[in-house]
Design a protein around this ligand. Structure first.
Ligand SMILES: [Zn+2]
Ligand SMILES: [Zn+2]
Length: 259
């Protein structure tokens, strides 16, 4: 399997995940024009996309979904709570999912995972093909046992490291927004994200991508320090590659092979 990102952060998110038969998008937070430009950059076009999986209705995840789906007749999968007809308009190939029930898109097996976030019915996704599992995990306020269980056996993981607790406290956000971002239904801070790594099968993890990093309340070196402190705490078995997804450029294609 392979994955790449068109961009990651509060200004827009979009991840491409594919095997040799099926290519999907997880979220689409960019305008139609911007999406087509960014897709070209990773060597794909709208015709290559078999479906869009949506995690929740915040605009950095959903902004471009309906326009892209209308223009290209792309199937869209999302929870009933995430779909808002008044806001999105008609989506020609709409698939309402149960966030506790797995489904397939082409050759990819999709496992939705409910997460605590301040949206109507948010879920994240673990996508599997040929024994390889890729987990996308952003936009959650804390790690639940349910999340731990679903993400413990990933070969690749896109993991939110949204903010540094101190930078958020000292930063420019108004008080109520600080409470929201740092709250139980907000976003993962660096320490919470690192904490998940203590619970999962690290020897299996080939690719770890720090994602959805805040431009105002975090710095890549702080997220890397937090994550590295777990990856290199004794004999963890970690032998993978660690990188940071960028808002402007995402990250290049990464190969993930069966372990
Ligand atoms: Zn977001
Ligand atoms: Zn969100």
């Amino acid at each position: 399997m392979r994955m790449t990102s068109l961009g990651s952060g509060s200004q827009g998110n979009c991840t491409l995940i594919e095997d040799s038969h099926t290519c999907i998008l997880v979220d689409l937070g960019f305008t139609l024009k911007e999406t087509e430009k960014r897709l070209q950059r990773v060597g794909r076009g709208a015709a290559d996309i078999s479906a869009i999986l949506v995690t929740h209705e915040h605009s950095d995840h959903i902004h471009g979904v309906a326009a892209f789906a209308r223009k290209h007749k792309t199937p869209v999968f999302l929870t009933p709570g995430t779909y808002d007809e008044k806001r999105m308009g008609v989506v020609p190939n709409l698939n309402l999912i149960n966030c506790h029930r797995a489904f397939d898109v082409g050759s990819l097996a999709i496992e939705p995972v409910a997460v605590p976030h301040d949206a109507r019915e948010p879920c994240q996704y673990v996508i599997t093909s040929g024994g390889v599992s890729i987990g996308v995990l952003t936009d959650l306020g804390h790690i639940t046992p349910h999340v731990e269980r679903h993400y413990e056996q990933c070969d690749a993981l896109l993991l939110e490291c949204n903010h540094d607790v101190q930078m958020l406290a000292d930063g420019p956000y108004p008080y109520n927004l600080k409470q929201r971002v740092g709250g139980l239904h907000g976003h993962l801070n660096n320490e919470q994200a690192a904490g998940l790594l203590r619970k999962i099968n690290l020897p299996r993890l080939q690719q770890l991508v720090i994602s959805h990093i805040s431009g105002k309340n975090n710095a890549p070196h702080l997220a890397l320090d937090a994550v590295n402190s777990v990856l290199h705490a004794g004999e963890t078995g970690w032998r993978g590659q660690l990188l940071v997804a960028q808002q402007a450029t995402g990250f290049d294609w990464l190969e993930v092979s069966p372990s």
